[in-house]
Ligand binder design. Structure first.
Ligand SMILES: Nc1ncnc2c1ncn2[C@@H]1O[C@H](COP(=O)(O)OP(=O)(O)OP(=O)(O)O)[C@@H](O)[C@H]1O
Length: 682
């Protein structure tokens, strides 16, 4: 790896960050060299002399161009009835007026080694543009975004690092654990463990995270968690750890003091100078920070008002006769202009007397600036983009070559399982959960102490306990499982957008880790209750009863996960889960035995129905037990629909039905999760 820099400016700061390993860029002033390419919109000439195959696992220089980018969203009607009606409208009848235009024709380009700052007032569309560039917003987007003259494709996912405005980090992991898991999941497979740890060390050091490396990330604003600035820096570390070719950052300096913010932008500059393309949105940069940006795109109400070199922006506005009347931070001056605020700013004569009413003056200023941009900057920029020769063909091809997975499926599964366990083990070993299991087991054991089945009433009592066991474990496991994906969805979407691992590895690791907890608790519970309630005392019967309860729990978990994955919303998942739970319990064969024929289908999707039947079969199979000795031999109970349809002679088809349900619901859950993750716009 070698980066030859002839410009003295580049020597301001030694690069402490890992540099593109194979890229060899050489600034050149000579024309006509065979390998030299004139790169659109870039003020540097780059000589790139490596073969395309070498980019598979390394940092690839990305020349980004975006032209006439427009984005609009549908205005959703507030009335839900209207929303349904609107949905039913045909595509052709949709009116333009029902859309909100967020971006209105944004053009620009960024090259490797450059930092582009996106600035503009809040709501001007910076994040939206960043998401479009990052490939996270694709519907309703017009215009062209290309990476080395190639449109966005799946191979780009692992070339892009995206630091979102909200820091999406697992709260139960420490800063160091977060980075280590990211390193193991994302760094190339040919790097040794030591190299991966050492990369984590570099990032911790570079971002000043050493002091909080062992602190749990925690929820934002909660005591005993890292500070907002540390959280932001951890998010950045998480992305820069893997050396992305294109690094996109949304408000990376928010929550940082000015020294830390300067240091961070300095780091970003270092990253860019080592061959990456960096784009960052920024709100209020200090003047020192402002001068670290190479390019600036200033957006006002979705339209650009300036695009070009950051250091030339003040000159441009001064040529338009906008000048600060007081000593002002350049960024503050530019933001005021983009917001149409010209207090303490001298304006051109055309704007001195407002054309319309006073309250629309700000809009008038913005429209004036947008007009000037369209007249002076946009044509030059577009011409520049089109005039220049294309990116070298091997770079165009390289951008379409998908990087290899950093590890095998099994390795991904192992690491994800370890991370899931580390993230959730506090929930698994929650003292309340332990107390609840032990407490309920003992309470039920005392209520059904040494229960008998000699009379019909006693048998009915014990059957009541069987059903209660089903209710207890169904509801406990159901609500434990239903929230897993809605809670973790945001992390999952973020990591899948970066193509960090296969979804199947995540799904299986998550399910299996939870399953361990879902199985352990009923095992302890049943061991206590079984002997206290004096269930049938044979070894096979004990294990088969335990197996039946575990089977119900595993099927319940699958159903809960399916609902969670289908809904992916905590509040709604809870509502749907309560409804489904009510249905499966009511159709379980205990409360309503004479279910009307047109409602019989409910039984066939109810795992409680099959679980309950299985428990009854296990406990009461064999004549001597089933023949209770009371007068009439429990005739009325035996003739009840639940009992009369049970075959007590070794027919355990419920086991297969429950197993099929557990597998089937899991497959559906996985499919739903896949769909939800792919359509989510984080
Ligand atoms: N899906 C959507 N539906 C409706 N409006 C949207 C949607 N997405 C974005 N917007 C609107 O688009 C505008 C631009 O949003 P965006 O998040 O890009 O702004 P921003 O410049 O990044 O703001 P900030 O600096 O406050 O983060 C905002 O007015 C926002 O409310």
């Amino acid at each position: 790896m070698e980066i030859v820099q002839e410009d003295a400016r580049e020597e301001e700061r030694p690069l402490s960050f890992p540099i593109a390993r194979d890229a060899q860029f050489r600034r050149s002033s000579s024309f006509g060299h065979n390998e030299e390419r004139v790169t659109p919109g870039c003020d540097v000439r780059l000589e790139i002399d490596i073969e395309k195959e070498e980019y598979r696992d390394t940092t690839l220089p990305i020349f980004l161009k975006f032209e006439d980018v427009e984005y609009k969203v549908r205005r959703g009607p507030k009335n839900p009835l209207k929303a349904v009606m609107t949905k039913m409208e045909s595509q052709s009848s949709r009116k333009q007026g029902s859309y909100k235009q967020i971006l209105k024709g944004v053009t620009g380009s960024v090259c490797p080694r450059e930092v582009l700052a996106l600035m503009g007032p809040s709501g001007s569309g910076k994040t939206t543009l960043l998401k479009i560039i990052g490939g996270r917003l694709q519907d309703n987007v017009k215009g062209e975004v290309t990476y080395n003259d190639v449109s966005y494709n799946a191979a780009m996912k692992r070339r892009i690092g995206f630091v979102t405005q909200d820091d999406i980090l697992f709260p139960q992991l420490t800063v160091e654990e977060t980075l280590i898991f990211a390193a193991f999941l994302r760094l190339p497979r040919d790097m040794s463990r030591r190299q991966k740890y050492s990369r984590v060390e570099t990032v911790l050091k570079e971002l000043g995270l050493e002091r909080c490396r062992q602190t749990k990330i925690g929820a934002p604003g909660v005591v005993n968690s890292i500070s907002g600035g540390e959280r932001k820096r951890t998010s950045i570390g998480y992305e820069i750890l893997v050396d992305p070719s294109l690094l996109l950052l949304d408000e990376p300096t928010s929550g940082l003091d000015s020294t830390a913010a300067n240091r961070l932008v300095w780091t970003l500059r270092g990253i860019a100078k080592s061959g990456r393309t960096v784009i960052t949105t920024i709100h209020q940069p200090s003047s020192r920070m402002f001068h670290m940006f190479d390019k600036l795109l200033l957006i006002a109400e979705g339209s650009p008002v300036y695009y070009g070199k950051a250091k030339e922006s003040l000159g441009y506005f001064s040529r338009l006769r906008f000048a600060p009347e007081l000593a002002m931070n350049p960024a503050e001056f530019l933001l005021d202009l983009a917001a149409g605020q010209v207090t303490n700013i001298s304006v051109p004569e055309e704007l001195i007397v407002p054309k319309a009413a006073e309250d629309t003056y700000e809009r008038e200023v913005i429209q004036y600036l947008q007009g000037k941009y369209v007249a002076h900057i946009e044509p030059t920029e577009k011409e520049e983009n089109h005039r220049s020769s294309k990116t070298p063909s091997h770079l165009q091809m390289a951008v379409q070559v998908k990087k290899d997975w950093t590890m095998s499926w099994l390795q991904q599964f192992m690491i994800l399982a370890k991370r899931t366990f580390q993230e959730r083990y506090r929930d698994y070993l929650d003292i309340l959960r332990i107390m609840q299991t032990l407490g309920v087991a003992v309470l039920l054991g005392l209520l059904w102490w040494k229960s008998k089945i000699e009379t019909e009433a006693q048998l009915r009592d014990q059957i009541g306990l069987m059903f209660y066991i089903c209710i207890f474990w169904t509801s406990t496991s159901f609500f434990g499982a239903v929230y897993v994906f809605p809670f973790e969805g945001i992390y999952l979407v973020k990591e899948k957008k970066a193509d960090m691992y296969r979804l199947s590895a995540y799904y299986l690791s998550s399910t299996l880790c939870d399953m361990v907890a879902h199985i352990s608790y009923p095992t302890v519970f049943m061991t206590i209750l079984y002997f206290m309630a004096d269930f049938r005392r044979t070894v096979p019967c004990f294990f088969f009863t335990l197996f039946a309860v575990v089977l119900v729990v595993i099927t319940t978990q699958a159903t809960g996960e399916l609902i969670g994955a289908a809904v992916m919303n905590i509040k709604r998942a809870g509502m749907v889960a309560s409804m489904v739970l009510m249905l499966v319990l009511l159709s379980g064969g205990y409360y309503v035995q004479h279910i009307p024929s047109f409602m019989q289908w409910l039984k066939y999707i109810s795992f409680v129905y099959y679980g309950f039947r299985l428990l009854l079969k296990v406990q009461y199979s064999g004549d001597e037990l089933y023949e209770c000795q009371s007068e009439g031999g429990c005739r009325s109970l035996k003739s009840s629909p639940t009992f009369s349809t049970l075959d007590f002679n070794g027919d355990y088809r419920e086991v297969w039905v429950l197993l099929a349900m557990a597998v089937g619901y899991r497959i559906c859950g996985y499919a739903c999760l896949r769909k939800r993750v792919s359509v989510s716009n984080l």
